[in-house]
Design a protein around this ligand. Structure first.
Ligand code: AMP
Length: 213
């Protein structure tokens, strides 16, 4: 199956998407990771760095090319999970123009209060990119060290308060219309993401695949 995951920053879309990817053995493609991996891109590094550091969206042409290239790889033949793409209407239309079929759009719905609490505790492994949270039961066993690979963990630049606010504004303005766009196609699966992933994931998975069994 081909999925899109949408939601406000910190709604847990990345965490759920990774768990779904492991459960169903389909690749997890994070638009944010593709951009962070391309901070030194020979042509677009300036635009990418600027967007990442300010919490703005990069130009549709840049991100669309990275996404197209990634989903054309062999490991995407039996499906993929797009996490954080499309984030604005032009990006959603790009998928349609290229005839890229999407089966379900998972919308992670969570309250602003819970999200701010989560984001301030979010930490990422520098090496394998596993996500932790110091404010939930997803903290690493040893402080500052990744449980899986032993890499150092860090706080993302854009998880600082000013940038979080900016990302919320961008979400309201640019991403909400994308959800409406997919609602009109009848493929949105809404998930209440206020609960912790460890408590809610099994039920989430069952509901997501309910129509398939
Ligand atoms: P994320 O890791 O999904 O929270 O994304 C981090 C940052 O990457 C965002 O604040 C944007 O600057 C940029 N970004 C991520 N996804 C997109 C996208 N689909 N289109 C444009 N910019 C994006």
């Amino acid at each position: 199956m081909r999925f899109i995951f949408l939601g406000v920053p910190g709604s847990g879309k990345g965490t759920y998407a990774i768990r779904l990817s492991e459960a169903k053995d389909i690749p997890h493609i994070s638009a944010g990771d593709l951009l962070r991996d391309n901070r030194d891109h020979p042509i677009h590094s300036k635009a990418i760095r600027h967007a990442l550091d300010k919490g703005d969206l990069v130009d549709v042409k840049i991100i669309a090319d990275f996404i197209s290239e990634r989903i054309s790889k062999d490991d995407c033949k039996s499906g993929f999970i797009l996490d954080g793409f499309p984030r604005e209407l032009d990006q959603a239309r790009f998928l349609e123009e290229r005839g890229i079929r999407i089966d379900k759009v998972v919308f992670m719905d969570a309250s602003e209060e819970i999200i701010l609490h989560r984001l301030s505790g979010r930490r990422i492994c520098k090496n394998c990119k596993k996500t932790y949270n110091l404010n939930t039961n997803l903290a690493p066993e040893k402080e500052g060290i990744c449980d899986d690979c032993g890499g150092g963990i860090y706080q993302r630049e854009d998880d600082k308060e000013e940038t979080i606010k900016k990302r919320f504004e961008v979400y309201e303005k640019e991403t909400k219309p994308v959800i409406d766009y997919f609602e009109s196609k009848g493929i949105v699966f809404r998930h209440n993401a206020n609960q912790e992933v460890s408590e809610a994931f099994d039920m989430f998975l069952q509901n997501l695949y309910k129509d398939e069994s």
